[in-house]
Unconditional design. Structure first.
Length: 522
């Protein structure tokens, strides 16, 4: 095979804006995340459970942490050990018993905890409980095999814990809604909705729907403008933030900025004037456009701007914030001195919102691609989007490009194989990992691009359209498998030094890039 010329990936601080972002965030977060601070900052009530042993069907045990929100009970186990292979299975056995015997758990723990008993002595009974189980290892992530056999636990990864630690520090109690969504809790199962068994209710917001000939959007799209109070938006909002817990290949937003929110809250508390520029959001398929008499409007019949009532379900993660997350979350429920003033505004003020309802035929991937393109066009016309974020957006918008494919391959190498747990992919990854931001643009592109030896071997010299998702996924798997082979062999050769330079090993961005480029001569 012919050699590929590769630019040497630089490990210097200015190699990529993403590396700088990682280091900035990491300086703020130096201690390992703890479940206690995450859930308490998010406004959950902590019930002391440590050293309160109880029995379930003859099996004795205790729980590290119990957190409550209305009728939601979150049972948590946390370990600081370096080996979870023995700790996790024991916890799984006990929590499976709890999950299968909720009344016995409720009665047994009420005997151990007067605080727990008192909390549930009013509005809720044992069969109203919505129980979730969380397991977190703060030093070593649970393996993929462990995660796939961890029921009833939701395994919180180290990256997810850092993300929620940062989020709960910034937007405090309002981060509870994203945590509930993370734990797959639906609002129909929370509080009075669960007790009454009434399902998901909805709220109505005044607004207008635009005719399609005034928007130039494709057939099937609905564009509405409406007013909504910040609390209604916060409880329903989701933001696809880069390095968040959702699918990293389908996320594009910046992480929320605490200092920006602080200045906005100062403005709101002193001046009290609502932000008048409109938010851009996506709305769920379940959104209903109604006339004042309650009749549902057929969007295809709208020929002029029409006054409507917009019905939105009271459900988590149903309003996607494309532009304006800081304006929404500046009203967060906090613990600071000015929250008493913000609380009045949170449900009283009205924000102007432009909402997009997609055709029901649109896939999740197509929706997010559309959102990313819109986000880029809005922000590039305001404050120029930095180079790294532009690359991330281009990767999402055009997944068939060499850069996009290379990035997915590098992420796959970080998830499994010889480089598992050794690459710094997210801004929340530990700082002793190897910065990987420059690997895809400096090494990966030349390895995976059309016409490269790797591509030629995969395609057999024939044309295969990488815009076709099936071909692309097949090619990504091939590239990942081939690179894992060489990296696995090198890991055995350098077994005693196969760790980052920060941890006393040989691995750095430059070395890893060189090892990946070795494929052409292997």
């Amino acid at each position: 095979m012919s050699k590929i010329r590769t630019s040497k990936p630089s490990s210097r601080k200015k190699a990529s804006s993403r590396s700088k972002a990682k280091k900035t965030v990491s300086k703020k977060i130096v201690s390992p995340p703890k479940l206690l601070e995450i859930f308490e900052d998010a406004g959950f009530l902590h019930i002391v459970s440590e050293k309160k042993e109880f029995s379930i069907n003859g099996q004795n045990g205790e729980i590290d942490y119990i957190f409550l929100f209305k009728n939601v009970v979150i049972l948590c186990e946390e370990t600081a050990g370096n080996d979870v292979s023995h700790h996790l299975p024991k916890k799984i056995v006990f929590h499976k018993l709890i999950n299968s015997n909720k009344k016995i758990f409720f009665d047994s723990f009420c005997e151990q905890s007067p605080e727990f008993k008192s909390y549930f002595s009013g509005d809720y009974e044992w069969n109203d409980l919505e129980v979730r189980h969380v397991y977190f290892s703060e030093k070593v992530d649970v393996s993929e095999g462990g995660i796939s056999n961890s029921d009833p636990f939701k395994i919180m990864t180290i990256q997810d814990a850092f993300y929620f630690k940062s989020l709960s520090k910034i937007i405090q109690k309002s981060s509870r809604y994203e945590l509930l969504n993370y734990l797959k809790v639906r609002m129909s199962d929370v509080g009075f909705s669960r007790v009454a068994g009434r399902g998901v209710s909805s709220d109505s917001f005044p607004g207008f729907v635009l005719p399609q000939n005034h928007t130039k959007y494709p057939d099937g799209f609905s564009i509405v403008t409406f007013y909504a109070d910040p609390l209604a938006l916060i409880t329903r909002a989701y933001v696809l933030r880069r390095d968040g817990w959702e699918d990293p290949d389908l996320s594009y937003q910046r992480f929320i900025q605490g200092d920006k929110l602080h200045s906005m809250r100062e403005y709101l508390s002193k001046d009290g004037k609502v932000f008048i520029n409109n938010l851009i959001v996506t709305l769920p398929d379940e959104a209903l456009l109604k006339k004042k008499n309650g009749d549902i409007i057929d969007i295809n019949s709208v020929s002029k701007t029409t006054e409507i009532c917009l019905d939105l379900p009271q459900e988590l993660a149903t309003i996607g914030i494309i532009d304006g997350q800081h304006r929404v979350f500046s009203y967060f429920e906090g613990k600071d001195d000015i929250d008493s003033k913000i609380a009045i505004l949170r449900s009283r003020q009205n924000l102007l919102v432009t909402g997009i309802i997609f055709p029901k035929s649109y896939s999740k991937e197509n929706k997010i691609k559309f959102e990313a393109e819109l986000f880029l066009s809005i922000n590039d016309n305001q404050t120029r989007v930095n180079t790294q974020l532009r690359q991330d957006l281009a990767t999402l918008i055009k997944p068939e490009t060499s850069l996009a494919i290379a990035r997915v391959v590098i992420n796959n190498l970080a998830d499994n194989g010889a480089l598992s747990g050794k690459l710094q992919i997210s801004q929340f990854d530990p700082t002793d990992r190897i910065a990987a931001g420059s690997l895809a643009p400096y090494v990966g592109i030349q390895l995976v691009q059309v016409g490269s030896p790797l591509h030629t071997e995969w395609s057999g010299g024939s044309y295969k359209d990488l815009a076709d998702i099936s071909n692309r996924e097949n090619y990504i798997k091939y590239c990942t498998d081939e690179l894992r082979k060489i990296l696995g062999a090198l890991a055995k050769i350098f077994a005693h030094n196969w760790k980052s330079k920060q941890n006393g090993g040989i691995l750095s961005t430059t070395v890893v890039g060189g090892f990946i480029a070795l494929w052409v001569n292997w």
